[in-house]
Ligand binder design. Structure first.
Ligand code: NAP
Length: 258
């Protein structure tokens, strides 16, 4: 089983799909993470039952935190809560996993669809990075190690191959999802901007594509299951160094064209 070497990790959208599978696998790893902040919109609601059960099994490691990626107040509150629980080693890895997908061509996509995709898939990660930045900077300083890695200080943005401009021709007629493609391409650009802005802090940023996965979002026709995708994603996260800062890679470690 692949495992990240990160000590403290925060995952958004951790109540189902790939986010929940990341929490599971991080707990099953031979060296489980030290602190895991599993964020979701409604920790008390029915869609978070599996996450609550996992947290009950690992009460010393998992803390379930309320975080709605579209709500700046909830992001601020979650950062304050996490800050109060983190040690002086800071936050090693932040995984921006929460995302939404709406189907639609240019002709059927509304302004509201585009706004909603941007709110969750772009503005959410941007505001989350801003609020959690001090803890990532603390982790980078506290590590005392040269270079960059997910066990030092990193932000992993869960992107999609559908964001790739080079791959649009091959996939558009099969899966238009205009608002999703445009927002995830925006997320990729956000990653590149953060790379430039926070190089000096030695925080690593990467865009990872999980594959086409059989989750609520990916549907039954997906090519792989969540456990296979997450095993690959965790392996890739563990392998990242400053050489891959700003990379766009899939769960197998293959580089994707922007
Ligand atoms: P999923 O099963 O639909 O789960 C999406 C997760 O995001 C849920 O936990 C959901 O929480 C959360 N979420 C949505 N809006 C949110 C918000 N405003 N604030 C906080 N959480 C929110 O999707 P998935 O397949 O696990 O996808 C995870 C990530 O992988 C996404 O970024 C997606 O774009 C990306 N991805 C997936 C595939 C695929 O084939 N599945 C392919 C490429 C990329 P609620 O339960 O509260 O709705």
């Amino acid at each position: 089983m692949a495992a990240t070497k990160a000590c403290s990790v925060l995952i958004t959208g951790a109540n189902r799909g790939l986010g929940l599978e990341m929490v599971k696998q991080m707990m099953e790893a031979p060296q489980p993470v030290r602190q895991l902040f599993a964020c979701c919109r409604d920790p008390e609601g029915p869609k978070a039952e599996n996450l609550r059960n996992l947290a009950k099994k690992h009460p010393k490691i998992i803390t379930v935190i309320r975080l709605d990626a579209t709500d700046p107040c909830s992001i601020k509150e979650s950062a304050q809560r996490v800050g109060s629980l983190l040690g002086k080693e800071g936050l090693n890895m932040l995984v921006n996993n929460a995302g939404v997908l709406a189907h639609g061509t240019i002709q059927t996509t509304s302004s509201e669809d585009m706004q909603s995709a941007f709110n969750t898939n772009v503005m959410g990660p941007m505001n989350i990075i801003k609020e959690f930045l001090p803890y990532l900077q603390t982790a980078a300083k506290a590590s005392g190690k040269p270079g960059m890695s997910c066990s030092k200080a990193a932000v992993i943005n869960i992107s999609s191959a559908l964001a790739s401009m080079a791959l649009v021709e091959a996939s558009y007629s099969f899966f238009p999802a205009v608002s999703y493609r445009v927002s995830k391409a925006g997320l990729n650009m956000l990653t590149m901007c953060t790379v430039e802005e926070f190089k000096k802090d030695e925080i690593l940023f990467a865009n990872l594509h999980p594959g086409w996965v059989r989750t609520d979002m990916g549907g039954e026709g997906g090519e792989i299951d969540a456990p296979e995708s997450v095993e690959g994603l965790l392996r890739v996260m563990k392998s990242l160094t400053e050489k891959q800062n700003g990379t766009f890679m899939d769960y197998k470690g293959s580089v994707l064209p922007f």
